[in-house]
Design a protein around this ligand. Sequence first.
Ligand code: SF4
Length: 421
Amino acid sequence: MRLAAFAGRSRRGGSRIEPAARCLFRFGAQERLGVTPQGGDDGLVRGSMVHAGAAHWCLHQAVAAGQTPIVGQLHDLDSDKVMYDVEVTPMLASSLLLPHDAVTAWTEEAEGKGEQFVSLVHSVLDRFERSPPGVALKRAQILEVEREIIGIVGYVAWDARRLAPALGAHAPVVADVGTRASRKRGDAEVQCMFVWACDPASILRWSDAGSPIPRRSDGRFESLLLDAEGKPLLITPLVVGGHVVCITRRRDLLAQFGYQRRSIDHKGLIKGAGGAQLSYGGIVGFRAFRVLEPQLIAAEKMRSAASADVEYDGVHCLVVQTKPPFKSTYVELPPQPFSDGRLAIALQWWERSIATWDSLVDRGAVTWWDAPASGTEECFGRYGMCRYHHACSGGPAATTAAAAKSSSIGEGTADDPLADW
Ligand code: SF4
């Protein structure tokens, strides 16, 4: 038996919704039109390979330290069987691919994709082994690796405000917004809109027909949090375009240092520090971590006295250099309580804009090629030129392979007048 941990994107995560937040045309190109990104997807492939190697490295490290972490998804490469939420025991770890082999297996599974990066990613892992990233991780208990969590956007009775301390400093901000909206509607029972954490195990029942989590007969969902009577807090979901608004997030690593629990995300090198680091903390996926993890911890405390002292210590990045000397380090991302507090509002807004365009397309009024393109400085961002620039500027004709090649502006081609600057 050869076991490989799955480290790919989650099913309704930041990589789906972030493009909609930035530019509706870009969302359409990626999610609706299936446009091949300009310049291929080398960056994503290399990143996925680093993720695969790092996930296996973390699992083996944990087992060697006498721990039994949970891994979200394991694939038996010999029988093609998939297992979910598996506890990695020493016996199971003996069948788990070693980090270098996991990288090679990733390319085999992807039918040769990324072969050119194998030796580079192996060099990253060699450096991991010579000088393990973050001496601190040696002191950590690795709880989960590459496991998905889920939050549903919806309303609960206003009483939930009493839970605010358990949800973090951001909760009252959202509660106030929800209350104002609700009072304006004249609702008899004032409700509080938020992104509510649900049982991660329920994601396994994902069908994409609206929500992975079975609803009760009254249409509501059960939160992991308990009400004053010890019953699950009931969530009335926000439904947009026929779908329950939710967000998923795959935790690269959930680790605990003493009583401090951290979400750790593996990332390619963040340019600079300071401001870049600050802004990086505001991306949707990290906001989702900071909104959902405190709830999961609060739910744990409600059920077990053993977790009484556990606190959430925020999002940290394991920053990996993918070129010599292949250094890696941990970076703590500062909290952003005010923007975190508006995550539910933001998800609602972005989903509504997607649903609006979808319905116009369904009625035949427009196509996704007609969607508004934001056209801002963001078109050239952290990772360079927007990868859908060719489709955006040239339309359907520019998406043929030849046209995509000739329009690779911003990648240092001979056509780029600033290439030598
Ligand atoms: S180039 Fe800019 S406007 Fe065009 S799709 Fe990309 S982000 Fe949107």
